[in-house]
Design a protein around this ligand. Structure first.
Ligand SMILES: Nc1nc2c(ncn2[C@@H]2O[C@H](COP(=O)(O)OP(=O)(O)O)[C@@H](O)[C@H]2O)c(=O)[nH]1
Ligand SMILES: [Mg+2]
Length: 360
């Protein structure tokens, strides 16, 4: 999963990127507004995998991962005529956004629009995304109209469904509503994937609170689907991520009243937002966590591991991780009757331990 960190210049994107990834990229008090992307891959903390590792003592360990991309260069006016080039590619390819909005006051850090106003800043970028999606929809409508004009009315029937969908999306965007709220069916969503609509992507709004711990709900109103809101103290969190001694970090956290590190909080919220969950594969060679869409079936889980496993899927051997921990061994799970063989319709649960039987 790839999450793009976006926001106005000087909102604290790079600071939050550092907090989430433990990196130490240069932050800057001058707003350059240049397109630039930095990425880092982080492990998804998982106490269940830690427990499984203790049980198997495997040669290899692999946590599920999330890629964070710090995307600089968004600002007002950028979507005029539709986003272009690398910025467009980068934004349309992420699975979701971490949208950083500035609430911290600091006279040494200039704000591109002078005053501190998180709601305005959030809406400013959202307006750019709405405009970009509108341009994309209009281009498609134009293309369909041209096609019908050139190749004749017989194409009208063929295009009828798509035309109706795009007209409805246009009306929706005209009303300044993000496509997140449109209520696309899963099939429609699949058919639209190639367009990379930005207002369709899940968005975690991170209010960068600075020194003032306060309720982000008081600063931001954004009642839309596929959206979550969280407040973080950017600079403080970035400093916390630099500790390599756990005790020092714990003391620091206590001092500032921080109960959960921003990295694990953001990852937890991202999992909820993206509607994904984890399953495990275990053994003395490797214990590993994988992420998968909630509601995915056993063959789809197999496909996350390797496409051959999905193609040649026969059955999945399934145990629930807590049953394994309670019983102490695979043999004991079997004795307790809690081991099962599942077919292609089985819906994987969060925390399942899966072994795929396959044939290629
Ligand atoms: N006082 C204060 N300054 C911050 C905070 N977060 C970021 N900054 C500062 O704001 C400036 C811009 O931050 P940066 O992360 O580079 O913003 P970006 O342009 O969105 O990547 C830097 O000087 C940061 O040190 C914060 O929580 N409090
Ligand atoms: Mg930056």
């Amino acid at each position: 999963m790839r999450l793009g960190i976006i926001g106005l210049p000087n909102s604290g994107k790079t600071t939050i990127f550092n907090a989430l990834t433990g990196q130490n990229l240069q932050t800057t008090a001058s707003s350059s507004g240049q397109f630039e992307v930095h990425t880092a891959v982080v492990n998804v903390p998982d106490a269940r995998l830690d427990a499984l590792i203790k049980l198997y003592n495997p040669k290899k360990i692999a946590y599920a991962t999330i890629t964070f991309a710090d995307i600089a260069g968004l600002d007002k006016g950028i979507s005029e005529g539709g986003l272009k080039g690398q910025m467009r590619n980068e934004l349309s390819q992420v699975d979701g956004f971490v949208h950083v909005v500035r609430a911290f006051k600091d006279d040494t850090v200039p704000h591109p629009y002078e005053t501190i106003n998180p709601q305005r800043d959030l809406e400013m970028i959202e307006a750019e995304f709405l405009l970009n999606d509108m341009v994309t929809v209009e281009k498609r409508l134009q293309k369909i109209a041209d096609d019908i004009r050139i190749k004749g009315k017989k194409l009208e029937a063929q295009y009828a469904d798509e035309l109706a969908l795009f007209e409805a999306m246009k009306a929706h965007l005209d009303a300044e509503k993000p496509l997140r709220d449109f209520g696309l069916t899963p099939d429609q969503e699949k058919s639209l994937r190639g367009y990379g609509f930005l207002t369709l992507k899940p968005m975690l709004i991170v209010v960068n609170l600075g020194d003032e711990a306060q309720d982000p709900e008081k600063l931001i109103t954004f009642p839309h689907k596929r959206t979550k809101l969280v407040g973080l103290q950017g600079k403080l969190e970035a400093e916390l991520a630099q500790f390599d001694n756990d005790e020092d970090r714990a003391m620091f956290m206590q001092e500032y009243g921080i109960s959960e590190l921003s990295a694990s909080k953001v990852i937890r919220l991202a999992y909820e937002l993206m509607e994904i969950q984890s399953f495990f594969t275990v053994g003395h060679d490797e214990c590993r966590a994988w992420s998968i869409a909630i509601g995915a079936t056993a063959p789809e889980a197999a496909g996350v591991i390797h496409s051959d496993l999905q193609k040649g899927f026969i059955r999945a051997e399934v145990m629930y991780f807590q049953d394994l921990l309670d019983a102490g061994s695979e043999a004991a799970v079997k004795q307790a009757g809690k081991f099962s063989l599942q077919g292609k319709d089985y819906v994987v649960r969060d925390g399942d331990i899966v072994h795929i039987r396959f044939n290629v």
